[in-house]
Design a protein around this ligand. Sequence first.
Ligand SMILES: [Zn+2]
Length: 319
Amino acid sequence: MSDAQPKKSFERYPHVGLAIDPIHVGTGGARLGRVDNTIVRDPATKLPKIPGSSLAGVLRTYVAMAEESERDQSKRAGPYYPNCAGQGQRRPDGSGGHCGRPDCRVCTVFGFARGNDSAGGFAGLASFSDMHLLLFPVATREGPVWVTSPGALRLAGIDQGIDGAIKDENRVYRKNGTGKSLNLGWLLLEVDTLTVNLDASLAKVPKYIRNRVALVSDKLFSHVVNSNLEVRTSVAIDASTGAAEEGALFTYEALPRSSVLCWDVICKYPGHFQTADGPIGAVASPDDVHNVVMKGHPYLAALGIGGMGTRGMGRLRVL
Ligand SMILES: [Zn+2]
């Protein structure tokens, strides 16, 4: 019998983030209804979300940038950025691509591809859930209100007192608002008092948002969100002339600025894994893995996630 503590095979790290800009993570040019560029939606709830794969992709790039800025050239000749960022395919001459070294924090945490087949690749020690809407800002005649629902709260791990908080599916529940009515966009709803105290559960969320939370049913939440998304119109520019292309006006959807999103990062215990080149030396614990992931967070707040980055979109502050 060994007296060493058994190592947990993974840890879950919940995160909350605030959109500093509108965020557009597109479905890839599908034209649905009145909007040319729609955002990704959950098939069951119809709520917009950001796929975990999009988050993993940008964080990989940002962590590679952070590692590159700290690289000690006497210890490592090859660059982290751009080699260890991106999809990792080598150039036709065999240069570039993921380094795949067991001492590379980018490649061990985010995984790596090797060669032109997948043999010798590694899945990575961090995995990312989809980013879900937790609080959605809506303009009302009383100023902005952040709407949420029991389902949205549960995805953030908040479930205490949530069952039974909605007594009437056609009402909105707020801290102190009984007897009044509130318009959420074009919807006018009676207000009742919220019986759950969400302050502790939403402690990471700024107070000005926490104080203006409105709870609605899951069904109403989907309606309110989908009818209050930001829809922008833009024009495609002809690269050769620098002028607007004829007939190139297009619209796109985005999550509005000050939307609050939640997601989980699952970090595996490095000692349970091996790369083709031996045991992992870059990180020793789930906390180490998570610390590597967090190196990308300041870049998310500066460079953002999703499309239309050049149109002032996508920045997200992790709270
Ligand atoms: Zn690498």
